[in-house]
Write a protein that binds this ligand. Sequence first.
Ligand code: FES
Length: 271
Amino acid sequence: SQGAGAPGAPGGVDGPTRARIGARTLRSDRWWAYPLATFVVFLAFIVYATVRAFANSHFYAAPYLSPFYSPCLTDSCEQAGAADFGTPFGWWSLSPALLILIFPLGFRLSCYYYRKAYYRAFWLSPPACAVAEPHRTYTGETRFPLILQNAHRWFWYAAVLVALVLTWDVVLAFRDEHGDWGHMGLGTLLMLANVVLIWLYTLSCHSCRHITGGRLRHFSKHPVRYRMWTFVSRLNADHGRYAWYSLFSVALVDLYIYLLATNVFDDPRFF
Ligand code: FES
């Protein structure tokens, strides 16, 4: 898209290099369905995740720890029996989720796929291809605050650490409530499915693709990185799908653990 040009000059779709078309769009399909669905689902997730992150309760139902609260690093984790990594933030009196959610949140907020989705659904910038946006100026991601989206690659490293911790949580979910190994309940399977989706989402990231195979002049001289890049590239084609699936699965696992912790039902056990 074109910038605003001279100060005060019309920008966006009124910019000097844009065709003069009166209609907001010439599209006749249901172009609004995708941004509308995105808006509704994201809003529901934001409300749910905010309520749960601030709750500071019912995040652990032995042996299952909610992914919103992992790693759990404060005294309230210790009281719940969920402080598997100690309590380095024992002095923190608010919800332990607030300490760590900044990393997955920053990762998802700056994700290339989510950016496309929420720029369309929330800022209508533009709402869809070939549909004029309501804004008169356009500066892309060249200025504060959107220039911070460049931090995505750094959030990726943090997201890998979080995914490793969530993987460890799945290992621990093969214990029973007394700490003995050999347990498997529905919660174990849900956490396992969630962590697989989280890894698919994390490894299919565009930054991950660049980290594995970017800046190489000759793939033939870097066969291992070439293989990794090929693998990531294949996953990358479905990155948007993994973004959605892992969003659902992380909320579903948290909800499941909340329902167990509030004794709504018991965890079905397979052994
Ligand atoms: Fe989506 Fe990196 S591009 S997580």
